[in-house]
Design a protein around this ligand. Sequence first.
Ligand code: NAG
Ligand code: NAG
Ligand code: NAG
Ligand code: NAG
Length: 487
Amino acid sequence: METFVFLWLLLMFFTHLASSLTQDFSFIGFKKATPNLIMSGVTEIANTGAIRLTTDTSRVIGHAFYSLPIRFKPTGINRALSFSTTFVIAMVPEYVTLGGHGLAFSITPSPNLQGSLSSQYLGLLNSSRANISSNFFAVEFDTVKDLEFEDINDNHVGIDINSLESSISTPAAYFLPNSTKKELFLDSGRVIQAWIDYDSDKKRLDVKISPLSEKPKLSLLSYNVDLSPVFGDEMYVGFSASTGLLASSHYILGWNFNMSGEALSLSLPSLPRVPRPLKKKKSPGLILGVSLSCSLLIIAVIAVAVMFGIKKAKDEDRVEEWELDFGPHRFSYRELKKATNGFGDKELLGSGGFGKVYKGKLPDSEEWQSGDIRDVVDRRLNGEYDEDEVVMVIKLGLLCSNNSPEVRPTMRQVVMYLEKQFPSPEVVPAPDFLDANDSMCLDDASGGNAGEFEDFVDSARFYSGPNQTSTSSSIFSFAGKTKTDGR
Ligand SMILES: *[C@@H]1O[C@H](CO)[C@@H](O)[C@H](O)[C@H]1NC(C)=O
Ligand SMILES: *[C@@H]1O[C@H](CO)[C@@H](O)[C@H](O)[C@H]1NC(C)=O
Ligand SMILES: *[C@@H]1O[C@H](CO)[C@@H](O)[C@H](O)[C@H]1NC(C)=O
Ligand SMILES: *[C@@H]1O[C@H](CO)[C@@H](O)[C@H](O)[C@H]1NC(C)=O
């Protein structure tokens, strides 16, 4: 009996020792790490051995915490101990340079963050105004500018204490050995190493990042803070990530954590590769092609039916309730198809990452030709609008849609006009197409080609007023017709 009690005590002693003396750990890839990690959300270990916190699916969250709690305060002493960690991340955006939302190294009282939200909450909070009963510490690598948390830009590193409104943040960058600072894009898909060191004596937190294996000498963020009020005796360390409308795959490739000294830097070549982007679903075309060879007749019949259905669906357009209240904010597919001659090549102005841009003419859009600018205002407004503002918007609309690139203002100029830093243009040259037999069909000579659209986008020239544009064939003057005259 005595021996049993002794053995039992000994066992208790060692179990206690094991759980409270987790001083450091090291993961070079996570292939066999599953027993040492608590994962939740969409997190999984990718086949290369990286932790995939999130895929590039919209509005998902993922967590991965070290399975044992870390003792951050010595028993009976209310003082947070020093810690040091380094880890390697990669954020692969769904679309080039358009990823979201980011990931955070997190120290929380529990590895279970049930109810936490995606997007700007990074899977850490359930709402910005939630009364946080428990404290947390995080270093965020944020790739979306969220106004709610007063983010500085869409590529920053920040220190978050009990709130996602960073205590301090800075644009992501790293230092070369000769102290030159270089910008670093977090969601470029690049492998980035981060170092976080808390010095308990100096009460200082340092954050460094670099795309290299060597720890930079200079810190990106250096913040004087006492973490004692933030930490409980034991806390969990790990990572949290989320996606919003914009999405990236968030990866952790390696991780060293140390309570008893500086965490050793990770050697990037020794780490698992960033997994290739997940294959998108097979396109319907491919499926159709494969099936066709099996049963040509049945598929042909189905295909005809599907095409017929698609055409029908294309010609119909759903109008949402709010649109009825606020007037026609958008045009039906049918109207647009008619206005652009069935999206004919002749009406194609250009194409870019956002799709193709066509020139079109709607049946009722000639009204402003008659000269009185007020006729174009929606009558349902019952005259309740600021005429100056309406005039300004219409004039800018005309300027922006002009055929001659020299006349079109740049976005900066448009903003200057709208903010009244620049007086409203008095006269606006008419778009050329109004001369051309009132037809939207552009002949080759009058332009309407992709080059002109590029000019529109890239235009850096300044519309300097009536003098410069008086050579244009027709000038629209609103003088005498509106309140803006006589300026
Ligand atoms: C948010 O989380 C806290 C703590 O986890 C919880 O007490 C609170 O009820 C949650 N609030 C909402 C709105 O879910
Ligand atoms: C949060 O909780 C504290 C203490 O329980 C309380 O004093 C405070 O009013 C609460 N804040 C909000 C916004 O509910
Ligand atoms: C620092 O080093 C980089 C590359 O090694 C070099 O391009 C840069 O000019 C150097 N800057 C200074 C100030 O020496
Ligand atoms: C932690 O620090 C100690 C002392 O400097 C060192 O021997 C050990 O290798 C470190 N462990 C890790 C994982 O960095």
